[in-house]
Design a protein around this ligand. Structure first.
Ligand SMILES: C[S@@+](CC[C@H](N)C(=O)[O-])C[C@H]1O[C@@H](n2cnc3c(N)ncnc32)[C@H](O)[C@@H]1O
Length: 382
């Protein structure tokens, strides 16, 4: 099976593609069979405009596990939609006729499907029938919709599913949610497909169809496996001083660096304190270095604020580690990349072997090609 991830922006799509293409990164581990190759789809000349789609080929991970992987990592802020696409064609008539035959096939199968059971805490459904095991991720509104009917959740969902099946059988129409790219492709598809009842909420099957540059990628699968949990990035960062905090989560996960409660970090250029705040939640202690103030939310009991420039804070940094060294050195000073690197260099001996160094390189402007910037840095260094 192949899966297409739709990101919220083209730069996120590029990052997803790079992450998925790098076997040594931990975002889509090859060992777990996430994909064999990854490619961005669509015209990408403009650099940041495009369909924001990334095709992961030969995915061996189940939709349920994939959904769970997204929701339990920084990817929840990247992936807005997913399309499970088993088939490809460049012919529209072939697309329609194949989809119609798939619908026919699923109708016969699914009218006999067994009821589902709701696992409340897991926010997932699981079918009692082997050929239909699922892991539907409920959005908050769906969860409250299903549980607000006033019965125990298991019986509510079972009843709900059974009544869905009954309706499908009576009407001889499969209740399908169309997930298409572009979105308005759904309208013409709905007109051309037979025996389906298009639904946003009460559906038993998901029909995926993505059209990019005259190529159709499509598939039909159990609605219970659909990824419906796209998260608002602002919402994800709502507990933090700034969204930048999530960057550290991303870096740590990309490199498979586990943050643990026995770790010590130095945060250079820490104000207003989003990184410090994030680290203070996940590790033992943070030494935050910045002449500027830290916001109150960052001033936790396990945070020491050294109100100095990093180049003047060596003594305090040494004292705070009591000679044991740092597990992490993070630096987000708003300086030219080479200046920032020069600031960090003398402090590297304080980083433990295997420790994590995070240094932001502040490049201005949009676009993917940073060759010119690299030349600028070289010129600065010489
Ligand atoms: C982009 S902000 C850092 C944001 C921070 N990472 C956060 O999560 O809130 C850059 C900070 O670097 C600090 N800075 C610049 N040069 C510095 C230096 N040489 N030593 C320490 N801090 C420095 C500035 O005072 C500024 O607060």
């Amino acid at each position: 099976m192949h899966v297409i991830l739709q990101a919220g922006s083209q730069s996120h799509a590029l990052r997803l593609q790079l992450y998925a293409s790098s076997p040594h990164l931990q975002v889509f581990p090859r060992s777990r069979g996430f994909c064999t190759t990854a490619e961005e789809l669509g015209t990408l000349e403009s650099g940041h405009k495009g369909p924001c789609l990334v095709l992961l080929s030969d995915c061996k991970v189940s939709p349920e596990d994939f959904n769970h992987h997204i929701l339990s990592t920084f990817l929840r802020g990247y992936v807005v939609r997913m399309y499970w696409v088993e088939y490809t064609t460049s012919s529209r008539s072939e697309l329609i006729s194949h989809l119609n035959s798939l619908i026919q096939h699923y109708s016969e199968d699914c009218y006999q499907a067994a009821p589902v059971v709701y696992n409340g805490d897991e926010r997932s459904f699981s079918y009692s029938q082997e050929n239909c095991n699922g892991g539907h991720l409920l959005t908050e509104s769906e969860a409250s919709r299903t549980s607000s009917i006033g019965q125990s959740e298991g019986s509510v969902v079972t009843d709900h599913w059974q009544s869905l099946r009954r309706l499908e059988k009576e009407s001889k129409k499969l209740k399908v949610r169309l997930q298409t790219y572009p979105r308005n492709f759904a309208e013409s598809l709905a007109d051309e497909l037979k025996d389906i009842d298009c639904q946003l909420h009460d559906f038993s099957q998901s029909l995926y169809a993505v059209e990019v540059n005259g190529m159709y990628r499509y598939g039909l699968s159990s609605g219970s496996q659909m990824y419906l949990a796209s998260c608002d990035r602002e919402d994800l960062a709502k507990d933090y001083i700034a969204r930048a905090a999530l960057k550290l989560e991303e870096v740590a996960q990309v490199y498979g660096f586990a943050l643990t409660k026995d770790m010590l970090a130095m945060d250079l250029g820490a104000s207003p304190g989003a990184w410090t705040q994030f680290l203070s939640k996940h590790i033992h202690r943070v030494v935050a270095v910045d002449p500027a103030e830290l916001r109150e939310q960052a001033l936790q009991s396990n945070v020491t604020h050294v109100r100095k420039l990093a180049q003047d804070a060596t003594e305090e940094l040494e004292a705070a580690s009591e000679g044991k060294g740092y597990d992490m050195l993070v630096c987000d000073v708003n300086r030219h990349p080479v200046e920032a690197a020069n600031l960090v260099s003398p402090l590297l001996p304080h980083l433990k072997a295997g420790g994590l160094l995070v240094l932001t390189l502040k490049f201005h402007g949009r676009g993917r090609d940073k060759e010119q910037k690299v030349d600028e840095i070289k010129a600065f260094q010489s």
